[in-house]
Design a protein around this ligand. Structure first.
Ligand SMILES: [Zn+2]
Length: 399
């Protein structure tokens, strides 16, 4: 269940509360990535200390972990502490999401082969790829589903299998199976992929409708696709937005600086009263822009991945710990994260990274994840006070 608590008067920002069988999520919220149902470098008992409200795990990557004999999770939440497969692995009791596996259609089947991300990099444009033949040799996509042949491993995913896997994993919020296209795909390809995604969306809804009544507590989000094409984005937002999903994901690829434009096109067509999740986006500037346009949650590897590379986030931007060898000062002045509370200084953390000790990445991850969750808390407070725009301006001018 989702309830809007406060709407900002001058923007589309809003605060809300998303109630799941495993706890509530105050929105806007940063969803921390736990690909294999673990936040890399953190111990289960660390998760709560970072104020993480929700994590997202990856259906495709968890496939091998799901024992075949595991019964589909029975959603009888009479006992709040009842552990799903995901929560057992995570070692923490909290709201969870799983993606549908559709993003891997792009990231494994396309992005890896063509060395392109879901957002074209700064300075990159389509001409740079003009002579590059688009390859999809490791996957085959048909209306039936997606055949993967990656590193000798053959797999097949379709709406039925994605939904079944997600049911077994037992996340509170799951996503309809979709095809995420690449920023290099043309209109014709995107149109075809979108029609397929729309058929799959309806299929996922009908599979959910046919579940036993007690197993319907998972919230199913539909995904708006359409790539870089305005007409397709509008078409997708109208179609997916008209279906009885519990919430909506905005997925797919974007050209450089196109994410914001896409949100402005898509969001007006989505029902006001339902939650909206932006998939795979989470840079600070993008977070503010997404919230300003009415996004309630997003997920991104930035807090965790950057931490593992020694990049530390602060309200004044981020720095590299390797350049702070002689700085006997805190990671960030006044920070109340578990690492800073232990007085881990920049020089100390630098030494730990140099010695390649596991706790180096743990401390950095604790700090960064706490930082992003704290940023969201401050964003929510600014919306509640009616001063989101001022807060955004001030924060972004400092980074
Ligand atoms: Zn800190």
């Amino acid at each position: 269940m989702f309830k809007i608590l406060k709407k900002d008067k001058s923007t589309n920002a809003r605060t809300g509360i998303l109630i799941t069988p495993h706890g509530k999520i105050l929105t806007p919220a940063y969803t921390i990535v736990a690909t294999h149902a673990e936040i890399k470098c953190l111990k289960p008992q660390d998760i709560a200390k970072t104020n993480t409200q929700v994590v997202i795990s990856n259906t495709y990557h968890l496939w091998n972990f799901v024992p075949k004999q595991l019964p589909i999770y029975n959603f009888k939440f009479t006992n709040k502490n009842k552990k799903t497969f995901l929560l057992n692995k995570l070692g923490s009791n909290m709201p969870t999401m799983t993606d549908s596996g559709g993003f891997q259609v792009f990231s494994l089947g396309f992005g890896k082969e063509n060395k392109v991300g879901k957002i074209l990099k700064n300075g990159a444009n389509l001409r740079m790829y003009a002579n590059q033949q688009i390859k999809r040799q490791q996957i085959k996509i048909t209306d039936k589903g997606v055949f993967f042949n990656i590193d000798g491993q053959r797999r097949f995913l379709n709406p039925e299998i994605s939904m079944k896997l997600q049911e077994k994993l037992g996340a509170d919020i799951i996503f309809a199976f979709d095809e995420c296209t690449s920023p290099l795909d043309d209109f014709k390809y995107n149109k075809k992929a979108l029609e397929r995604t729309h058929r799959w969306a309806k299929k996922c809804l009908s599979l959910m409708a046919n579940r036993q009544s007690q197993d319907k507590q998972q919230m199913l989000f539909g995904i708006v696709q359409g790539g870089r094409f305005k007409s397709l984005r509008v078409k997708s937002a109208k179609f997916i937005g008209s279906l009885p999903f519990d919430g909506f994901g905005i997925g797919g690829s974007f050209g450089q600086n196109e994410m914001l434009k896409t949100l402005k096109i898509v969001i007006p067509h989505l029902p006001e009263e339902k939650p909206r999740h932006l998939l795979g986006i989470g840079k600070i500037r993008d977070v503010f822009n997404a919230v300003e346009n009415g996004v309630d949650s997003f997920d991104c590897v930035i807090p965790t991945r950057e931490a593992r590379h020694g990049r530390i986030y602060t309200r004044h931007g981020h720095y590299n710990i390797s350049k702070n060898r002689n700085k006997n000062i805190s990671l960030e002045k006044g920070c109340k994260c578990p690492a800073c509370k232990l007085n881990i200084s920049r020089s100390k953390l630098n030494a730990l990274f140099k010695a390649d000790l596991p706790r180096a990445q743990r401390f950095a991850t604790l700090h960064n994840v706490w930082f992003f969750n704290n940023l969201m808390k401050n964003i929510r407070a600014s919306i509640d006070r009616g001063s989101f725009k001022t807060f955004k301006k001030k924060f972004l001018s400092g980074i």
